[in-house]
Design a protein. Structure first.
Length: 182
């Protein structure tokens, strides 16, 4: 008989201790303004670095190996916009955005690396390997472009005013109207 009474007292005491004082509510976080231009600038910087790296790979090294410009472009693409999300206090978006940005690159690498040649003298094999590399680059680039557009127009839009229809019902009365965040 004592156990239910002790449990009831503990539950009541803990709920009162954790509750906000009557009449006070936690302040709402300030709205986040749109930062679309910042994420777009990061992605355009990544594109410029990638282009400079690809141009220099052929003109500077004649080997087609990745240049520091190209590697920097990949880095800016992967972390540029996620860092901007984090600076605006949206850490969940930053983490998710990084993972979504890494997916097309990983897929492109898988497609490009899906071919091997036993001999560099086998022209047919090397042609197929280069074709797979170009397919990987194409798939990865298309996916990366789609992610960058989604990131800029959806994830970085901020807390803009929104209006939505509202239906409430209380004590037998139904109210139709509009509400929103302004």
């Amino acid at each position: 008989m004592l156990r239910p009474a002790v449990t009831a007292v503990l539950l009541t005491a803990s709920s009162v201790a954790l509750a906000d004082p009557p009449g006070e509510t936690a302040p709402a976080p300030p709205p986040v303004e749109s930062y679309r231009l910042q994420t777009a600038a990061a992605d355009l910087t990544a594109v410029a670095l990638l282009a400079a790296g690809l141009e220099c790979a052929h003109a500077c090294t004649n080997s087609g190996a990745p240049t520091p410009w190209f590697v920097a472009g990949i880095g800016v693409y992967l972390v540029g916009a996620p860092v901007i999300h984090g600076l605006h206090g949206r850490l969940n978006r930053a983490a998710g955005d990084f993972l979504v940005r890494a997916a097309p690159i990983a897929l492109g690498l898988v497609i490009a690396g899906n071919s091997s040649c036993s001999s560099p003298d086998d022209d047919g094999c090397w042609t197929a390997a280069n074709g797979r590399a170009y397919e990987g680059i194409l798939v990865g680039s298309a996916g990366a472009f789609a992610v960058a557009v989604y990131d800029t127009w959806v994830l970085a839009r901020g807390d803009e005013p929104r209006i939505a229809p509202v239906v409430t019902s209380s004590h037998g009365t139904t109210v139709l109207g509009f509400g929103g965040r302004f």
